[in-house]
Design a protein around this ligand. Structure first.
Ligand code: ZN
Ligand code: ZN
Ligand code: ZN
Length: 347
């Protein structure tokens, strides 16, 4: 540029104040104060709210969550910044996550719809039993459902002879051994400072009347996630009660994930709108939280679907995708029949 500017006319594109500094920045054909340019174009970290630093090569390098597009300094992955145990978002410096008794932390938005104790989970359990009945897959046996802490879940997992583990964390189990489980019988209350207090657990002795003794679910997860885990574990129970022989892990976990996905999708469909008037037509009039779903809860449901679909594990992820493909091609009934006969998904 060889033009001559009146100092008064040489103004920053961002703040519209004259630029008198010796150095300035340009973008397109417009001049900026250096600081204004940085403010407009240099990405800020959603966690610490500072400009994301440039790396040794002089490039701005940041990480981003693939679903929430939360972008942050790479440093936060190793500086103990907590993540929400449900939605995976990092705790921003200006927010407070709520610690649960077992070491997990939850963001307030996930906590909002969290299922905290065994009795609170019963309406959801009935909803999912109804969902199975609607598929003509009623479970003939009443299987006890218990909400438990992380430690209790991991101990119970150790007590099973052949369980499949979902990495990085097991969030549900379908048990077939006799064990004594510490169940959560009363929800923790969040007092001042958001510390979980008064979590009441009590021992619960499982007795075996059939192939399945109980379903355990991690407490404190949002209703939609709790429901999809429950739908998954109920499919394990269904396979055992129907006398399916032991299946390879990817087929068994895959078909269970298909049912989890199916329930979640149906649930998101039915409860969309979020307006109270639309719930009166719903066949289940139980005090479920249907219809009062917040925009965040709907988005969260989308995240759980995304997690099921993009799971990288060969057992849960590849198994799900193979199962989903089979069900879309042949329907659920024929797919299950094929699994019963051959132990494999139909191609
Ligand atoms: Zn940062
Ligand atoms: Zn969360
Ligand atoms: Zn499973």
């Amino acid at each position: 540029m060889n033009a001559v500017w009146h100092p008064e006319c040489f103004r920053c594109r961002a703040c519209n104040q004259p630029i008198s500094d010796y150095e300035f920045s340009t973008s397109g054909h417009y001049p900026y104060h250096k600081a204004c340019y940085k403010e407009s174009y240099h990405p800020k970290c959603d966690v610490c709210k500072h400009f994301i630093p440039t790396n040794p090569a002089g490039l701005i390098e940041y990480r981003a969550h693939p679903f929430w597009v939360q972008k942050y300094c790479p440093a936060h992955e190793i500086d103990n910044t907590p993540r929400c145990g449900s939605c995976e978002r990092m705790e921003a410096r200006d927010t407070r996550y709520v610690p649960l008794d077992d070491g997990r932390k939850l963001c307030l938005e996930c906590l909002d719809s969290a299922v905290m104790d065994t009795s609170e989970c019963q309406p959801l359990y009935l909803d999912i039993q109804e969902f199975y009945e609607g598929l003509n897959m009623k479970l003939e046996q009443q299987v006890p459902l218990l909400l438990v802490e992380r430690q209790a879940l991991n101990e119970a997992r150790g007590g099973e002879r052949n369980g499949h583990y979902h990495m990085p964390e097991t969030r549900g189990l379908c048990l077939s051994e006799e064990q004594t489980i510490s169940k959560i019988s009363r929800r923790p209350r969040f007092g001042a400072g958001h510390q979980a207090a008064e979590l009441i657990t009590e021992p619960y002795k499982l007795t075996r009347r059939c192939e399945v003794t109980a379903i355990l679910i991690l407490y404190g997860l949002p209703r939609l996630l709790t429901g999809s885990i429950l739908a998954h574990e109920m499919m394990h129970a269904w396979l055992r009660l129907k006398g399916y022989r032991p299946l390879s892990q990817d087929v068994e976990e895959g078909i269970c994930q298909v049912l989890a996905h199916m329930w979640l999708e149906a649930e998101l469909m039915s409860g969309s709108g979020g307006n109270a008037a639309s719930t009166s037509s719903s066949s289940s009039s139980r005090a479920s939280k249907k219809g009062s779903r917040s925009p965040f809860e709907s988005k969260l449901g989308g995240f759980f679907l995304h997690q099921l679909e993009t799971d990288m594990s060969p057992v849960y992820g590849d198994g799900f995708r193979a199962g989903q493909q089979a069900v879309q091609k042949y329907g659920l009934r024929s797919t299950l029949e094929h699994i019963r006969m051959t132990g494999l998904f139909p191609y």
